[in-house]
Design a protein around this ligand. Structure first.
Ligand code: C2E
Ligand code: MG
Ligand code: MG
Length: 562
């Protein structure tokens, strides 16, 4: 059995000294005047000063200049607390020699030894914990993409506003038009960059009386304003809309963002936040269903017009089953002679209760509910039947059909087209397919393969809305297009705006070089027609020649011209 020998005072002192030096917490000893007498290695590491430098210097003397006022005052009053209670603890931010700020928990004890007063300080670095806590708070309250307050914060701040406010409060909800398409075209990283540019622009507007600007997620945003005057909010919303008229530049590409906004007022439209918010959302949905790019001010009638999304999906499926989608035909004209060279088929929905609906009312929903291919088939069959009917009365025509990427990439797409030609004894060149620029970006490779296969079958291909999308000019070279359709936005300004004129001219030259033909969309005036002829544009479409017509009216037009 080993004999127990008690520790000597000397060994004990040495062990305690060693322990102090390998502790992770900082330790230091101060004299009665709060001057350093000793500091352990951990403390030296934390603040970046050696013990030799600190000895004799007063606590915090090197740091007070860097600290915020509140903390500096606490620091300077440590002695007072210690004298009174003999113990003091608090969370501090301490400034290090290298200018960083450490968040830490400090404990001070007053000790008496041999009639002398000493203060012992113990410092624990809580930066990591504080950082985690801050991150958690951020995660729970802010949108991670834009850093704006999230829905929860919006609801809490705005309900406080309703309680506090003696004024009116306006709530605006807004979405980016065709965001789903934009997001799938650009990809997650780029769309996040774009959202941040968008948010920065809104912040730069410095909207007055704005109380909360929130990002609910995706393209879903909200604003709350405290009003002194209802005209004022109209002014603010107008500046928001005008801001969108300037394009965004992303990696050298130009992108236009359009937004739809819905606005409601407290207390006029309700005294509960949930009611006022849902009315702003109804106004927003109303605008979206009517083509977007506008502001909806809540009115009671909107309630009757809006259909909720569940109902919309059910109605769309019924519409596919019951063949409620029909083509309208807009003639394409040879500009030099005014003759009809073909037609573009534009879908219309013969809604059983809401009348004839335009594509803006439902095309986005068709894509969302993955009904694009069903719509394409329904349209294509009717178009093929129309071509046969015209053929039977002596008119050989071609018809363009619009298609988006979701239709193209459908596995049965090509087989369907081949069967369609067989069953209706159609020539492949009688069918033209129009694809928008933005569709090309999506699923690049498979879209390209399908286009090449269609081209091999003899189908003509047109790039629609040229100039509005994200695709670069190089796509023209890469894909086998026969036609470029210059977007209406260029044509509408071609007479008065020399830049738009120059762009259209350049597109014509480019098309010429690539052996493609150009169709100008949306010609509405004789001046536009003449100018396009002068610069060598071959084909055109627009209300000047004809609006989209029913099959019957298109037939009458053909017969009259013949
Ligand atoms: P788009 O293919 O660029 O069609 C041209 C649009 O401009 C049509 O609108 C047409 O009615 C309109 N338009 C033609 N001339 C003029 C003009 O002189 N002035 C003005 N202001 N507008 C004119 P619509 O029929 O509302 O179609 C809108 C878009 O919906 C089409 O643009 C096309 O992208 C899409 N769309 C139409 N039918 C279908 C379809 O069957 N399938 C798919 N996927 N999309 C379709
Ligand atoms: Mg088109
Ligand atoms: Mg177009």
């Amino acid at each position: 059995m080993t004999i127990f020998s008690p520790i000597t005072e000397h060994i004990k002192q040495q062990l305690l000294t060693q322990l102090c030096d390998c502790l992770e917490d900082g330790l230091f000893i101060l004299d009665a005047n709060l001057r350093y007498m000793s500091a352990n290695a951990a403390y030296e590491m934390m603040i970046g000063y050696q013990e030799a430098f600190l000895i004799g210097r007063p606590l915090g003397v090197y740091a007070v200049d860097f600290l915020p006022d509140v903390e500096r005052d606490i620091f300077l009053s440590v002695a007072e607390h210690l004298d009174k209670d003999g113990f003091y603890e608090n969370n501090f931010s301490i400034a290090t020699r290298y200018g960083q700020t450490l968040n830490c928990h400090m404990t001070f004890r007053k000790l008496d030894l041999a009639s002398k007063v000493y203060y012992v300080g113990m410092v624990r670095d809580t930066s990591a914990v504080t950082k985690d806590k801050e991150e958690l708070i951020h995660l729970l309250n802010f949108n991670q993409d834009t850093g704006l307050p999230n829905r929860k914060v919006f609801l809490s701040q705005t309900s406080d506003l309703l309680l506090e406010s003696y004024q009116e409060v306006a709530i605006a909800r807004f979405n980016i038009d065709r965001y789903r398409m934009l997001a799938s075209t650009l990809g997650t990283d780029k769309v996040t960059t774009l959202l941040n540019l968008f948010v920065k622009r809104i912040n730069d507007l410095k909207l007055t009386h704005l109380r909360c600007f929130s990002h609910f997620g995706g393209d879903d945003f909200a604003l709350s304003f405290e009003l002194t005057d209802t005209r004022m909010v109209r002014h603010q919303i107008n500046s928001l809309m005008q801001m969108c008229e300037r394009p965004f530049s992303l990696d050298g590409n130009v992108i236009y963002l359009r937004i739809s906004v819905g606005v409601s007022y407290f207390p006029e439209h309700g005294t509960q936040l949930s009611t006022v918010l849902s009315k702003a959302e109804k106004a927003l949905n109303y605008i979206k269903q009517n083509g977007g790019d506008d502001v909806g001010w809540y009115r009671e009638e909107i309630n009757y017009v809006c259909i909720d999304s569940l109902q919309l999906e059910a109605e769309l499926r019924t519409a596919i089953d019951e063949c409620q989608f029909i083509p309208y035909y807009q003639p394409k004209i040879t500009l030099a002679t005014g003759e009809i060279t073909g037609f573009e088929a534009l879908v219309r929905w013969q809604h059983p209760t809401r009348g004839l609906l335009q594509p803006v009312d439902f095309i986005d929903a068709i894509i969302t509910y993955k009904l694009s291919f069903d719509l394409f088939c329904q349209m294509a069959i009717q178009i093929a039947e129309q071509l046969s009917a015209w053929q039977a009365i002596g008119f050989t025509q071609h018809i363009c059909i619009n298609a988006d990427a979701a239709e193209f990439t459908h596995p049965e797409f090509l087989e369907f087209i081949v069967t369609l030609f067989d069953q209706h004894c159609m020539y492949p060149h009688q069918l033209h397919i129009e694809i928008t620029e933005s569709s090309l970006m999506l699923n690049h490779l498979s879209v390209k393969q399908q286009l090449v296969a269609l081209k091999a079958l003899g189908v003509c291909l047109a790039m629609d809305d040229f100039g509005t999308g994200y695709a670069s000019l190089s796509y023209l070279q890469e894909y086998p297009f026969d036609f470029i359709k210059v977007d209406r936005s260029f044509i509408s300004k071609i007479v008065d705006d020399h830049i738009q004129y120059a762009i259209v001219k350049a597109i014509l030259e480019l098309a010429n070089a690539l052996d493609m033909k150009v169709i100008a969309e949306g010609i509405e005036t004789d001046e536009q027609w003449q100018l396009l002829l002068d610069i060598g544009c071959t084909y055109g479409q627009g209300y000047l020649f004809s609006r989209p017509l029913t099959a019957e009216d298109a037939t009458t037009m053909l017969m009259r011209r013949a």
